[in-house]
Design a protein. Structure first.
Length: 403
């Protein structure tokens, strides 16, 4: 039931519990989703598939996640946020255990697809939940913390997989990621406060109309495009990067190649920092600057010197998470101020985000096979420049708020 309560504020126990729970949920989802990325060369050898085919271990899951968003986003607008979030984490954790035991490649892909659909519960509701339950003055900060959790999750899943694969192979690696998912799911169940400001949309016809309205705002459309293009370029670099680092002239073992994912720590810092800068200088300035930083990072990976490749990945990662953190919060704010369903708008943003991941990640494997690293840079760079163009479109749209 909605009352005059303004939402959890910084310093309140409810704010700490909500922010911590969604932060841990972000860790669980992204550790589970992207742990196989560090294992692509190992999966290629274990199942006898090509590098391009091995990327399906990521793309099948992100593609199913994108579809799940179209289902779970509208359901959350009718049924609430917290129930979907808890069910999502529990189902994904169980599937993570089964994936580590998969007897064949096709079984692994089917389970990864089911897991991707289950994982859609978090991105479908997280931003909407924070926007509803936290005080408006603090929601951007908490959303930035959530995005930093996704960065740390992506890092921890990849590092766990990279190190454990040398100890016991890919099954041990994915088993470690599954253990992390189970622990986080339990913690979120204990910590997450129940919704107090959620207002259900009770009529299906209204849901359909609100979904249509999410496609009538040019700013939202541009933000959906930014999500797809940025994520496509980002995943392309990291998918192909594992093959590059394990090939000549570097010939790094999985445990050392996996250390490049430490660049995600910069993403966990850049996202809340960019959120604070957006509150001060405005989203219309911060997003294009962050995208330009990402483009510079991609260009830095072109030279063959290992230090330059690592520096480029660090710059790329900081720019990507800064842009994504601000853009995702912008979608929720824009939808709320424009009288649109926040859950549906946030789900559509995430839908295109993961469509970009599936397409860019799959094309990266083909680009690596056919043209080497220069082909990957061309793919990722073109995608990022397209996103930069869309940020210029965003700058010309009518603002619904003062910043």
């Amino acid at each position: 039931m909605v009352d005059d309560w303004p939402g959890h504020q910084v310093g309140d126990p409810g704010f700490r519990r909500a922010a911590t729970a969604v932060f841990l949920a972000g860790i669980a989802v992204f550790a589970t989703l992207y742990a196989p990325q560090a294992l692509l060369p190992e999966l290629t050898r274990a199942f006898g598939v090509s590098p391009a085919s091995s990327t399906l271990a990521i793309s099948v899951s992100t593609g199913a996640l994108a579809v799940g968003l179209l289902v779970l986003g509208p359901v959350s607008d009718r049924r609430g946020r917290t129930g979907i979030l808890h069910a999502s984490l529990a189902a994904a954790a169980v599937l993570a255990v089964l994936i580590a035991l998969a007897p064949a490649w096709w079984v692994l892909l089917v389970l990864r697809g089911l897991q991707g659909f289950a994982l859609a519960g978090l991105p479908a509701v997280a931003v909407a939940y924070l926007r509803e339950e936290l005080h408006p003055a603090t929601s951007s900060r908490a959303i930035g913390l959530y995005v930093s959790g996704t960065a740390i999750g992506g890092l921890s899943g990849r590092l766990i997989a990279a190190f454990l694969t040398e100890l016991g192979g890919w099954r041990t690696a994915l088993g470690g990621a599954a253990a992390l998912a189970v622990g986080c799911a339990i913690a979120v169940r204990v910590l997450l406060p129940a919704s107090r400001r959620f207002v259900p949309v009770r009529r299906q016809g209204r849901l359909v109309r609100q979904l249509a309205r999410a496609f009538t705002d040019p700013a939202l459309l541009a933000l959906y495009g930014v999500a797809a293009l940025l994520m496509g370029g980002f995943v392309a670099v990291y998918n192909a990067g594992t093959f590059r680092l394990e090939a000549d002239p570097y010939a790094l073992p999985p445990s050392l190649a996996g250390l490049v994912f430490l660049a995600y720590l910069l993403g966990s810092a850049s996202s809340p920092t960019a959120g604070a800068l957006a509150e001060r200088f405005g989203r219309r300035l911060v997003v294009p600057v962050a995208v330009a930083v990402m483009a510079a990072g991609i260009a830095l990976t072109l030279p063959s010197a290992l230090w330059c490749v690592v520096l480029g990945l660090c710059v790329l990662t900081a720019g990507f998470f800064a842009a994504h953190g601000v853009a995702s919060g912008w979608v929720a704010a824009r939808a709320q101020l424009g009288g649109r369903a926040v859950g549906q708008a946030a789900s559509l943003y995430s839908f295109w985000y993961y469509v970009g991941s599936s397409v860019g990640g799959t094309l990266a494997g083909r680009a690596w096979q056919d043209a080497g690293w220069s082909g990957v840079v061309l793919l990722a760079g073109g995608s990022t420049l397209g996103a930069l163009l869309l940020t210029l479109v965003l700058g010309r749209t009518r603002s619904l708020e003062r910043r």
